[in-house]
Design a binder for this molecule. Sequence first.
Ligand code: TRP
Length: 72
Amino acid sequence: MKSNQDFFVIKAKENGVNVIGLTRGTDTRFHHSEKLDKGEVMIAQFTEHTSAVKIRGNATIQTSHGMIDTED
Ligand code: TRP
């Protein structure tokens, strides 16, 4: 599998946080939606299929660039 080796971590701070994967390439569209409940953690990478991720809801995101929180 071709992927960037860096992982990013998303930790939900409330129920129903959505992690949405967006496609790589000329066509940028949603291709995956994951729902996380409070305290759940998702560890993911950017891949040949996924170039961007949108996070909806209250969560902490950790990347190699640092840590960021979504706002309510
Ligand atoms: N099948 C997807 C892929 O390989 C899975 C995936 C990887 C994903 N990273 C993601 C889905 C980030 C949502 C968010 O690209």
